[in-house]
Design a protein around this ligand. Sequence first.
Ligand code: HEM
Length: 444
Amino acid sequence: MTVTTRAGLKQARGPVLGLPHLLQLRYHPISHNEFLRETYGELYRLKVFGVTMYVTAGADLAEQVLVNRDRTFANGPAWSHFIGPFFHRGIMLLDFDEHLHHRRILQHAFTNDALRRYHAVMAPHIRRNLAQLSDAWVDGGQPVRMHHVFKALTLDLALETFVGVDLTREEQEQVNKAFIAAVRAGTSVIRKPIPGGPWARGLKARAFLEDFFRSHLPTKRRDGGDDLFAQLCRAQSEDGDEFSDDDIVNHMIFLLMAAHDTTTITLSSMAYHLAKHPDWQEQARAESMAAGDLDYDGVLALDVLDRVMKESMRLCSPVPSLPRVAVRETSLDGYHIPSGAFVTVSPYMNHYLPELWPDPTRFDPDRFAPDRREDRSHRLAFEPFGAGVHKCIGMHFAGMQVRAIMHELLRGYRWSVPDDYVWPIDLTALPYPRDGVPVRLERL
Ligand code: HEM
């Protein structure tokens, strides 16, 4: 039965107990989301981690929330609830005029010229790293967990292209460890600083990372370089505004986080789907073999790989939910949203809506071919990078890095999984494959 408010707005309904539904969403996300949507409608309520969420389904509601024309929905209070202590003052946690001010400066670190320079630093490192995959893994060796390979590689690349500071192996390990601890803390279930627990380790890691970046700031400001850290030191808006030392430290820590797991899961999704669909793997390999060594523009022109990347991101959206908080009482699609309510948009679920994506569970990269363009069925049909003013600033960076890594992998190896293998995706926080995606590798 629909209950209405005094203003005639509908009250969103939802299951009384959130936990069983959360578990269902964890193990059967697509079918359970369909069930919730059919039972409660396009906007339903769910209790998650102690918070009542107003969950939206569909591209129209996603557009209203993310495009956010009248500035009703704020990022800061929503994301801070999950990752605030470890990534505070990162740009995604800022709102409205302050956010715009920072974004105008930050985008100077993501121009085409800057991306070309990042690619030039990255390409030889990728080639070297992938050429050296352990012999224990190839040609009849043990299956290799691709998710772990990508995670280690993207973290190494981040140190090189983002930080650009000469570090000993031991210092690199320390930074990597601190960074991993901060990310883990943000997604941990126990959200209290119990000594030795993930939350306490995350706070310690945050303090370590702050000290680390702060100690390298004076040299970075003086000597410059082609890395992201140096770009932030010299980035200026059109009005000549630049970042303070605190801003640079906060943005660096946030950027490392924003770039890392998202890129890793995109690569894992591509590796998984290409293993399940050897015909597509061969098509992508033929394209990469014919192309040879590539510069930045060449990598972006890989057409088969582009479609495979997009389809892999559609089937596994790296940031599955985008939370917001309503800063005033409002309504969505005739439903009442109280002031202070958490509202979420789910790119993950929206990418499976049959009205936008026919036969949505099928891996079909040609959906993105010019004669089909299913991603244009709605302005927000395809939303892995979000939309509106917070749309991912690293979208082109990510596209370049993912293609560059996959291009090298395709040229060096063929990989496979047993016919009946299905990857066990965990959606408790950002998606990750619980088994690391074990594949058999053959060196070419
Ligand atoms: C495949 C990889 C990636 C995916 C799928 C992804 C996805 C997203 C999404 C969905 C948002 C919007 C969050 C929201 O609206 O609440 C976002 C924001 C952001 N991303 Fe990415 N991202 C990726 C890679 C990167 C990389 C490589 C960087 C940096 C080099 C980056 C930096 C950022 C930043 C700074 C924001 C906040 C922008 C703002 O609030 O103005 N991302 N990303």
